[in-house]
Design a protein around this ligand. Structure first.
Ligand code: FES
Length: 98
């Protein structure tokens, strides 16, 4: 079952969803959608409140950047990656695979 519709996602404007007990940060860039764990690996901040540039999201609290495609921590103070979830797009239906 789809989690949401593609055309409801604003470009480069991440949203937080809850699924199967997990908080997930979902971001649309072009016609691609990326899903990573919403909680920053540095401390307890919601990544979906961060800023997007290229394929990176910047944590609003201390500025660590993460790659939306791989979850890798790109800059300090974060040193650990965040989990990445596969996304299935079928027409206008978007599903995050847990
Ligand atoms: S909580 Fe995200 S960088 Fe510190």
């Amino acid at each position: 079952m789809a989690d949401f519709e593609l055309d409801k996602l604003t470009q480069s404007s991440p949203v937080k969803i809850e699924k199967d007990g997990k908080s997930i940060c979902v971001t649309r860039i072009g016609d691609e959608v990326f899903a990573i764990a919403d909680t920053c690996s540095h401390s307890d901040a919601s990544l979906s409140e961060g800023e997007i540039s290229d394929y990176k999201i910047e944590c609003w609290l201390h500025g660590a950047e993460f790659d939306l495609r791989t979850g890798a921590a790109l800059t300090l103070p974060a040193t650990q990656s965040v989990e990445v979830y596969a996304v299935t797009i079928d027409g206008n239906s978007v599903t995050v695979e847990i």
